[in-house]
Design a protein around this ligand. Structure first.
Ligand code: ATP
Ligand code: MG
Ligand code: MG
Length: 557
């Protein structure tokens, strides 16, 4: 996974290693909540968490932060592991916060017995109101000074399932006037008489994120706990909890960085879930979704995502990256790796009237040897069939060419890529006057695509032999949201949905070799862009990105 460019995180880690903190060890973790599929924002966290560990010869674990039994499921766990692997990382171990429920509970009792935690019986509303606000004093709970023995007894009964949901919480006893709200007696446990996807009905109380996270880091021996900026204000609490535990080793250090957000999309599991449930997209793996599965199905190479996440920088300032920047990484990677093929998305028949027939009166078939990827000669060549009946792109012919239109029109000569020069002579129309066929002649001397007399043509077009073409369905995609910052106008991202984010083309005619495309393989359709073969459905392709940034504009012409 390479060496990360210097950034404030690697600088902190490098410095800690140099000082011999944690015995020079580096250990990180990626801690998703198993309540949805991973998205491009998570990819950034994965690259930072795994990448930092790898850069320093350390290890990174996957820890499923499964402290919220309502919303979590085992199925998400499997998809998370699969997506991390697809991105190119292997967790040193897979752990669950729920593995530590017993230890967390024991430590909570330790805090209670030190007089540092108490059971509060106020209503959730009263607790929230009592916390006050910035410049607004907190009000101490009437239960705050309960005797330790009583706290212990009730806390044990909470664990034993003797109370109803919401009737009691365990709170840390810190400072109700602290300027940082996080330290105004934060909640450590809530009563939830509910099944947990791993621990079943063993527990009636569940730890909060704040109580579970740092302690889980400590149990695993994490040295650097990297998270996003919204946890910055939690850091003093993270440190406070760890200080109370009398650990015999250096506690982990929390480091925050800015979330990765993109223009024209959303990266919030809640919003993405709404797109799925409202049927705006086909599912979590819809190629328009910024989920790892969506990007993968769309044809984004894992290497491009990794490289983007490394090079885009890791900062402490929230900002929205342009989606075009990510696309440029995808394009660069695919330009180097993708095979070139010819495909006609809007087919128009082109018939060469002077094309020869064999002794049985059938049109001759010629084969042209074409490079699979001019950027990579080692990818070799293939034979492409050519006959007197071809498909060309409807857009490559105009009966009445507008100014500066240099492609095919009556009387105009163009090059069929790698094959011959052809000159359009006539058209065939249907009853409504649409051109359904172009008649043309070819110049036999221009075989290979050049004329011996040095004649020049102004355009080169792709084509497929009608007899050899295979049929396919090809989906073109546009931005899922029209606004750069979805939701900025109205507060609701879904108000900025692009109603035309997908165009499905059926009856596309593809070069025969594309019948052999592997599921997930991304191919360059010459002149049209990069297209990914669907993972499940044969002869179904998704446009990954255009060949250039201006493709979207060209498409709308
Ligand atoms: P969401 O709001 O989408 O639910 P989350 O932060 O609640 O995101 P988690 O499953 O808790 O999702 O995330 C696991 C890790 O990924 C956390 O460390 C989190 O900070 C990080 N992460 C999530 N979204 C982003 C993002 N957009 N950019 C960078 N890191 C992210
Ligand atoms: Mg979270
Ligand atoms: Mg969340």
């Amino acid at each position: 996974a390479g060496t990360a460019p210097s950034n404030f995180i690697s600088d902190i880690v490098r410095n800690d290693v140099a000082k011999g903190l944690h015995g020079g060890r580096v250990q990180t973790r990626f801690p998703p909540e198993p309540n949805g599929f991973l998205h491009i924002g998570h990819a950034k966290a994965i690259v930072v968490d795994f990448g930092t560990a790898l850069d320093f010869g350390g290890s990174c674990m996957l820890r499923l932060d499964d402290t919220n039994p309502e919303t979590e499921e085992t199925s998400f766990v499997d998809s998370i592991i699969e997506d991390i692997r697809w991105l190119g990382y292997e967790p040193a171990e897979v752990r669950h916060a729920s593995d530590y429920f017993e230890q967390l509970y024991a430590w909570a009792e330790l805090l209670v017995s030190k007089g540092l935690a108490y059971v509060d019986e106020q209503s959730p509303e009263a607790i929230s109101a009592g916390r006050g606000g910035y410049g607004k004093p907190g009000i101490e709970s009437p239960y705050r000074d309960r005797p330790i023995e009583e706290n212990l007894r009730i806390f044990r009964d909470m664990r034993a399932g003797q109370y109803s949901d919401g009737s009691r919480v365990l709170r840390a006893k810190i400072d109700m006037q602290h300027e940082n709200m996080q330290l105004r007696d934060p909640i450590m446990y809530r009563i939830r008489n509910i099944e947990h996807h791993r621990t079943g009905d063993e527990w009636s109380i569940y730890p909060t994120y704040d109580w579970a996270h740092g302690q889980s880091d400590a149990i695993e021996g994490v040295t650097h706990s990297i998270c996003t900026l919204e946890f910055e204000s939690h850091r003093p609490l993270y440190d406070w909890f760890l200080q109370q535990l009398d650990l015999d080793r250096t506690p982990p250090k929390q480091i925050e960085f800015a979330r990765l957000e993109f223009t024209h999309t959303v990266t919030s599991k809640r919003r993405l879930a709404k797109l799925v449930f409202d049927g705006v997209v086909d599912g979590w793996d819809d190629p328009r979704m910024p989920t790892i599965r969506g990007l993968r199905r769309r044809g984004y190479p894992a290497a491009a995502i990794r490289q983007f996440c490394r090079e885009v920088g890791t900062t402490r300032t929230n900002s929205r990256k342009s989606i075009e920047e990510l696309e440029s990484y995808v394009r660069r990677e695919l330009n180097a790796t993708a095979q070139r093929r010819m495909a006609v998305l809007h087919p128009l028949r082109l018939v060469l009237d002077n094309w020869p027939t064999d002794e049985d009166g059938r049109p001759v078939v010629e084969y042209f040897e074409v490079a699979n990827n001019p950027e990579r000669p080692e990818d070799g060549t293939r034979q492409v069939a050519f006959t007197g009946e071809l498909w060309i792109e409807a857009d490559d012919f105009r009966e009445v060419p507008p100014a500066k239109y240099f492609r095919l029109s009556p009387g105009r000569e163009v090059r069929l890529r790698g094959a011959y020069f052809v000159t359009a002579t006539d058209v065939v129309k249907d009853e409504s006057g649409n051109v359904v066929e172009v008649r043309a002649t070819y110049d036999p001397l221009s075989r290979g695509g050049n004329s011996p007399d040095g004649r020049k043509v102004k355009s080169t077009m792709h084509w497929v032999s009608a007899r050899h073409a295979v049929d396919a369905t090809v989906s073109l995609y546009d931005r899922l949201f029209t606004a750069e910052a979805p939701g900025e106008r109205t507060g609701e991202a879904l108000d900025d949905l692009n109603p035309n984010s997908r165009e499905v083309l059926t009856g596309c005619r593809l070069e025969a070799a594309l019948a052999d495309a592997e599921p997930g393989e991304v191919v360059q359709f010459e002149r049209l862009g990069y297209f990914a073969a669907d993972l499940e459905h044969p002869m179904t392709f998704h446009r990954t990105v255009g060949l250039r940034d201006e493709w979207a504009a060209v498409q709308k012409r």
